[in-house]
Design a binder for this molecule. Structure first.
Ligand code: FES
Length: 239
């Protein structure tokens, strides 16, 4: 059975502003939004631009705005959308510039991630010798690290964050998760630098706690918890 699907089209080379274009697409059972995009691309318009790589909700590249919410195209089932809203509208992620059609410029997002030093830093031996060698982390640490390490940098949280929209300098939820991931690691020796970076102007204290990030994260990384953790940690250090 065919359904009408609206897809945002924009080509910077033709000098026109972007607009939603209607496509009639045959929907099969078990079809993902990414499959739908492939069908439009293969059968109706080969110039449609969109990103994907793994097709398995691991690489984060296929994130787009689906019926008004940032989601992974490869993880979102078309039939679920039709049950929810009876219509499908596909647009590029918000809070980033559009390069073409559904492809956005993620460079500001990656620049922010880079500033967090997203790697473990061990500058000296730690007072607790047990953490200096083949370190065994306790279960609490491991659970927290695993959850934050699940972030696939899809930028869904960044795109749907009202604070990022209002204040582009705000570091955003995914960056906070990355900082939290390093700060929660007892082997890391850069706590002060990470706290300074993440609590400066435009940092975690600017969060208005809309919690849109919690709703849209496809990996349940709970960015708001990371933000609260960093806020509390910084207060403890100051006291
Ligand atoms: S294609 Fe990799 S997350 Fe969707």
């Amino acid at each position: 059975m065919s359904h009408n699907v609206k897809i945002f089209r924009y080509n910077p080379e033709n000098g026109k502003t972007g607009k939603l274009v209607d496509y009639s697409v045959k929907i099969n059972p078990g079809m993902s939004v990414l499959d739908l995009l492939h069908r439009v691309h293969d059968e109706q318009d080969g110039s449609l631009a969109y990103r994907y790589s793994c097709r398995g909700a691991i690489c984060g590249t296929c994130a787009i705005r689906i019926n008004g919410t940032a989601r992974l195209a490869c993880k979102t089932q078309v039939n679920d959308l039709l049950e929810e809203e009876k219509s499908i509208t596909l647009e590029p992620l918000s809070n980033m510039g559009i390069i073409k059609d559904l492809v956005v410029d993620k460079r500001p997002f990656w620049e922010s991630i880079k500033k967090t030093m997203p790697w473990l830093v061990r500058e000296n031996e730690l007072a607790d010798e047990r953490l200096n060698y083949e370190t065994k982390l306790d279960k609490v640490h491991l659970d927290q690290l695993n959850r934050s390490a699940d972030c696939i940098k899809c930028a869904c949280c960044f795109a749907d964050c009202p604070k990022v929209e209002e204040t582009p300098e705000f570091i955003g939820p995914a960056v906070s998760v990355q900082v939290y991931r390093q700060m929660f690691d007892p082997r890391d020796t850069k706590l002060d630098e990470r706290l300074t970076f993440s609590t400066a102007e435009g940092g975690v204290f600017d969060c208005d706690k809309h919690a849109a990030c919690v709703k849209v994260c496809p990996k349940d990384c709970r960015p708001l918890r990371a933000i609260t953790f960093i806020q509390n940690k910084s207060k403890q250090v100051v006291q």
